[in-house]
Design a protein around this ligand. Structure first.
Ligand SMILES: [Fe+2]
Length: 181
């Protein structure tokens, strides 16, 4: 017979009160578009919920934070602050997709038209803290590259202004994460 699991209160003492989104102290441009454009909406959906996306960033950071908070509280708080900024990015993208006439869901259109739902298989969640931070830096770099690629294809200055502002935060996140190594 298996020994019964020892019962004892387990407490996470990490206090997340006061954690703020970690982002550049610069205003965001107004969320507006030059007109409806389904092609641009589909592009932004990759940034919203594709493999490299705000959805992936948020869930990867929250995964990290959940596993770090008991032993590495100060690191967990920084990670949560970055995740909060990514949530604001996701919100801005969602608003733009809506204004462009796109559908707010968690799918992207693949070549051939088939839709692919977001999946946690997109995430990189290694075991130790240093490798988590390294994976997070790589994800931030990939996000910046994807935003820049999309800005070259999008001819709407209002949309591109928001993307350029988001990139400033992602660059700030890379600096913040590198300081943790
Ligand atoms: Fe972001």
């Amino acid at each position: 017979m298996q020994e019964q699991e020892k019962k004892a209160v387990r407490l996470d003492t990490c206090d997340f009160r006061g954690v703020q989104p970690i982002m550049m102290a610069l205003p965001y441009p107004p969320v507006q578009v030059a007109g409806k454009n389904s092609e641009y909406a589909e592009l932004l959906k990759f940034d919203y919920c594709g493999s490299v996306s705000e959805m992936s960033a948020i869930t990867q950071y929250i995964n990290n934070e959940n596993r770090l908070s008991c032993g590495k509280c100060s690191l967990a708080k920084v990670i949560l602050g970055i995740a909060m900024a990514e949530m604001i990015h996701m919100q801005k993208l969602g608003q733009l997709i809506f204004l462009l006439g796109g559908t707010i869901d968690f799918s992207v259109r693949q070549r051939g038209g088939k839709r692919q739902l977001w999946t946690p298989e997109y995430l990189k969640t290694p075991e130790n803290a240093r490798n988590m931070v390294l994976a997070d830096i790589e994800s931030e770099k990939a996000a910046i590259n994807q935003y820049r690629m999309h800005m070259r294809r999008i001819r709407d200055p209002y949309v591109n202004a928001v993307l350029a502002r988001i990139i400033r935060d992602e660059e700030y996140h890379i600096m913040t994460l590198q300081a943790l190594l």
